[in-house]
Design a protein around this ligand. Structure first.
Ligand code: NAD
Ligand code: UDP
Length: 349
């Protein structure tokens, strides 16, 4: 069987670097394109150290069509996993133009270059933030979309564009039609069990798990728990946390699915990648204390604007069609986060 070459945009980032490890271990040739706007190339050195395999790295922006065209011509990838994007909700509200330019225009340039090189297998990093506000707490793929901030809308817009591309090929009975998996992530946390790679946020983390980890290591004095008056059993917000390794394995399952009946005539399909159960903020704090033996100093603060009380995935479609489900436990997620944080208190610096 010929070696498949997978081009990974945003491969130096948190999820992308873990995907590179799994792809290399699964025997794929890996090409990374990243502008390092939110990452360091050290992550890729660690990926190679960890796997004993090499990958090719291009420091380039996906909006740079000339650079991308050259990379596609040189490397001849068969599939793209598209992680490159900006992801901070607050920043997207302050700088919407930046988010639409990077996430939407960037994807347009990427898919144009892919189409020009007849590379039409794409796995896209979408997000549970594309779902609209609903009474339901468990989200399935057929729920109406209705993102409530520019970041989420940039993901929803890209989903629309990708659905249109696939539909056009199906209508035209294209010989090599687009095969696209839109993977809607819930809350990725954790790190590779080696502790060599992990999440290295710039500045003060926005997300719960890296914040807790930095309180535990003494970098931050105290966690603010945003609200304890939600209609949940302990009053704190509930999310569906998913180990980053489980998450990236879902991408390889999606690539495998491109060879199945589901995608044989071309298709663009959305799949939730989540565990199908949620944990509250205080459950996460307690788990962290139990696993690490570290006391997490926290205070109850007002709710954070825009937060929902509770949501988690219905992951049945991914099980049925991708043969994927989470395997890691909350203990694994916490232990691996702590292993990475304690071995790399300053991240990749
Ligand atoms: P990350 O910031 O660690 O990784 C993204 C990578 O893309 C970074 O290395 C960054 O330098 C690169 N990048 C950004 N814009 C680029 C551009 N124009 N050209 C080239 N490279 C560019 O983020 P992550 O957590 O690994 O997220 C990966 C993807 O998953 C993103 O698209 C994000 O929106 C999506 N996602 C993340 C989460 C999460 O909680 N981490 C949840 C849902 C969806
Ligand atoms: N959260 C919190 N303190 C923090 C960061 C997050 O209490 O410093 C809560 C937040 O209100 C939500 C949960 O933790 O209920 C997960 O938040 P995160 O930002 O990690 O993910 P998202 O909001 O995107 O689901």
């Amino acid at each position: 069987m010929p070696t498949h070459t997978v081009l990974v945009t945003g491969g130096a980032g948190y999820i992308g670097s873990h995907a590179c490890v799994e792809l290399l271990n699964a025997g794929f040739k890996v090409i990374v394109v990243d502008n390092l706007s939110n990452s360091k190339s050290e992550s890729l050195s660690r990926v190679q150290q960890l796997t004993g395999k090499t990958l090719s790295f291009y420091e380039a922006d996906i909006r740079d069509k000339t650079a991308l065209t050259q990379i596609f011509a040189n490397e001849k990838p068969t599939t793209v996993i598209h992680f490159a994007g900006l992801k901070a909700v607050g920043e997207s509200c302050a700088q919407p133009h930046l988010y639409y330019h990077n996430n939407v225009f960037g994807t347009l340039v990427l898919t144009e270059v892919m189409q020009e090189h007849n590379v039409k297998q794409l796995v896209f990093s979408s997000s549970a933030t594309v779902y609209g506000v609903t009474e339901l707490t468990q989200y399935h793929e057929e729920l109406p979309l209705g993102a409530i901030n520019p970041y989420g809308r940039s993901k929803a817009m890209v989903e629309d564009i990708l659905r249109d591309l696939a539909e056009a090929d199906i209508k035209n009975k294209c010989e090599y039609p687009w095969k696209i998996a839109l993977l809607r992530y819930f809350n990725p946390i954790g790190a590779h069990e080696s502790g060599l790679i992990g999440e290295d946020p710039n500045g003060i983390p926005n997300n719960l798990m890296p914040y807790v980890a930095q309180v535990a290591i003494g970098k931050l004095p105290q966690l603010s728990v945003f609200g304890d008056d939600y209609p949940t059993p302990d009053g704190t917000g509930i999310r569906d946390y998913i180990h980053v390794i489980d998450l990236v394995r879902g991408h390889i399952k999606a690539i495998d699915a491109f060879n199945t009946e589901k995608f044989s005539d071309g298709n663009c399909k959305a799949y939730n990648l989540g565990a199908g159960r949620g944990y509250s903020v205080l459950e996460i704090v307690n788990a962290f204390e139990n696993v690490t033996g570290k006391k997490i100093n926290y205070k109850i603060s007002p709710r954070r604007e825009g937060d929902l009380a509770e949501y988690f995935a219905n992951p049945e479609l991914a099980l049925k069609e991708l043969n994927w489900k989470v395997e890691k436990t909350l203990h694994d997620m916490v232990a691996d986060t702590w292993n990475w944080q304690s071995k790399n208190p300053q991240g990749y610096k």
